[in-house]
Design a protein around this ligand. Structure first.
Ligand code: NOJ
Length: 519
């Protein structure tokens, strides 16, 4: 069963979702305690960010043992209990795999440090002698995504490659042991009953022969990877074919890749029939709140996957980027736009990914310097604040921090004025962002416009719309969505209004910063 083709997946940033033991950090038992809420919300699946053994230099994306649970998040028994309960609530579970790199606390990396240059232990990573007379210059000019050189020197003789933090050493994907280990990890979690895998940096892993300099010495991950020797190398597709071959032995399991590749044709390669089932296309999330640009991003995202017979995925936020409310302008305008965009995304064909707190309209939070946790802050020499502001724990109930998230002090500070933002408050208010999400998700399950998954419904048909507006229909159905990004109210397309992201005008027009579904 290809359940993922139209699924709404809820991203649980485990650290920030719900804390069951009062240490201020969310955990697996905390997620389990909130499954009732997620069922009520109406999502189909959960993506759990890494909960594996980790020194937490990058909050779990530095994995020391990919087949065990870090004590801060629980243990394997807690994981099994979560999977079982989630399935009982009708929710699938997707876990996050990090195959591009390991923690420098991984037993392989420790063994590499204890071994000589040229040893099989070092051959699982990218160790190279330095340049310059004394070898004290990095082997090439690559930059780390988190700032600074992508190389760290160990001893007199060699440097190792880390595209992210120095605590995250890049694996050598020309080494068969590295392949075998990922296969083992896939089977380990698939055998424990998970329904899918999110593949971290799915456009990474393969490195070009000889590790040539980057002519542009780029830093960013979120930019175009065109010609960037660090990413989107052709060899990576063999890795995804292996992943697919393993998962094909487990009916109903899927893999979704994190793919920061903007070119449609190159993006499409990742979701060919023998590679990943889905890929995150980040175009829409990089698009301003402007109808023409939004339409362009939607068309590109659909065209990319349509070409290879795959289905689009949509996402407006995750734990790496500024939240939509803030990105679209902040305050009431930002919230109105974020709500409108949520309706656009949930009306599009394919699957949608919601990041925890998005359904509450959480904004970014300015975190004081001394509370910042993201490695980006230190690595950038305190010039980049990093991603903490979009990782604030979820407010559940009550009128003061930690709003039911934890009985202890939350790992990131929560604002004192969030009582109206809590899930408990919003469940009571029919006009809340949470109520809008619940209504839209219910319609996704019950309205015939969402019923079928045949391929015609990968597409949308565009209506003519006033300047600054867009309107589309899901192909083969009567379900339409209209969005107004202009600064004046506009008439709605014909049809019965099913749900709106905010109130219509008195004479029934669609106001600025608002979207509506019609049938
Ligand atoms: C992408 C993840 O989403 C991000 O949080 C992490 O820092 C990098 N990959 C490195 O694993």
């Amino acid at each position: 069963m290809q359940w993922w083709r139209d699924a709404v997946v809820y991203q649980v940033y485990v650290r920030s979702f719900a804390d069951s033991d009062g240490d201020g950090v969310g955990d697996l038992a905390g997620v389990r305690s909130r499954l009732g809420y997620l069922e009520l919300l109406g999502v189909d699946a959960l993506w759990l960010t890494p909960f594996y053994r980790s020194p937490m230099a990058d909050h779990g994306y530095d994995v020391a043992d990919p087949r065990d649970v870090d004590p801060v998040f629980g243990d394997l028994a807690a994981f099994d209990a979560l999977v079982e309960d989630a399935h009982r609530h009708g929710l699938k579970i997707i876990v996050d795999l990090v195959p591009n790199h390991t923690s420098t606390e991984h037993e392989w990396f420790r063994a590499a440090l204890d071994s000589a240059p040229g040893s099989p232990e070092r051959a699982r990573y990218h160790f190279r002698p330095g340049k310059g007379e004394n070898g004290d210059e990095p082997p090439n000019n690559w930059r780390s995504i988190f700032g600074g050189p992508a190389w760290e020197r160990v001893g007199e003789e060699e440097w190792y490659l880390h595209l992210f933090a120095p605590e995250q050493a890049d694996l050598n994907w020309t080494n068969p042991e590295v392949w075998a280990d990922l296969e083992k990890t896939l089977r380990f979690w698939a055998d424990r009953g998970v329904d899918g895998f999110r593949i971290d940096v799915a456009h990474g892993m393969a490195k070009p022969d000889g590790l040539p300099d980057d002519p542009q010495a780029r830093i960013e991950l979120l930019a175009n990877t065109d010609g960037d020797p660090r990413f989107d190398q052709d060899g990576v597709h063999d890795v995804h074919r292996m992943v697919r071959a393993v998962l094909d032995h487990y009916p109903g399991r899927m893999a979704v890749g994190e793919i920061w590749v903007r070119d449609d044709e190159r993006f499409a390669r990742y979701v060919r029939p023998d590679e990943l089932h889905q890929g995150f296309n980040f175009r829409l999330l990089q698009t301003p709140f402007e109808a023409a640009a939004i339409r362009d991003a939607v068309e590109h995202s659909i065209a990319a996957v349509d070409a290879v017979g795959s289905r689009p995925t949509w996402t407006l936020s995750n734990h790496d980027i500024s939240r939509p409310v803030t990105r679209y302008g902040g305050g009431e305008v930002g919230l109105a736009r974020a709500r409108a965009m949520a309706l656009v995304v949930l009306a599009l064909p394919g699957s949608a990914y919601i990041y925890n707190g998005e359904e509450l309209g959480m904004p970014d939070v300015e975190v004081p310097d001394d509370a910042l946790q993201d490695p980006v802050w230190e690595r950038s020499g305190h010039t980049e604040r990093g991603r903490d502001s979009c990782r604030i724990p979820v407010p559940w109930e009550g009128s003061a921090p930690a709003y039911g998230f934890s009985t202890g002090e939350p790992w990131l500070p929560m604002p004192p004025d969030w009582d109206a933002l809590t899930a408990a408050e919003q469940l009571e208010d029919t006009g809340s962002t949470l109520s809008m999400f619940r209504h839209a998700l219910e319609l996704r399950h019950t309205h015939p416009g969402f019923a079928a998954t045949d391929d015609r419904r990968t597409r949308v048909e565009w209506y003519g719309a006033p300047p600054g507006c867009l309107a589309f229909r899901r192909s083969g159905t009567t379900l339409a969505c209209a969005l107004n990004t202009s600064d004046a109210p506009v008439p709605l397309p014909p049809g019965d209004v099913l749900v709106t992201s905010g109130p219509l005008t008195e004479d029934g027009q669609l106001p600025p910063d608002t979207a509506a579904w019609l049938a």
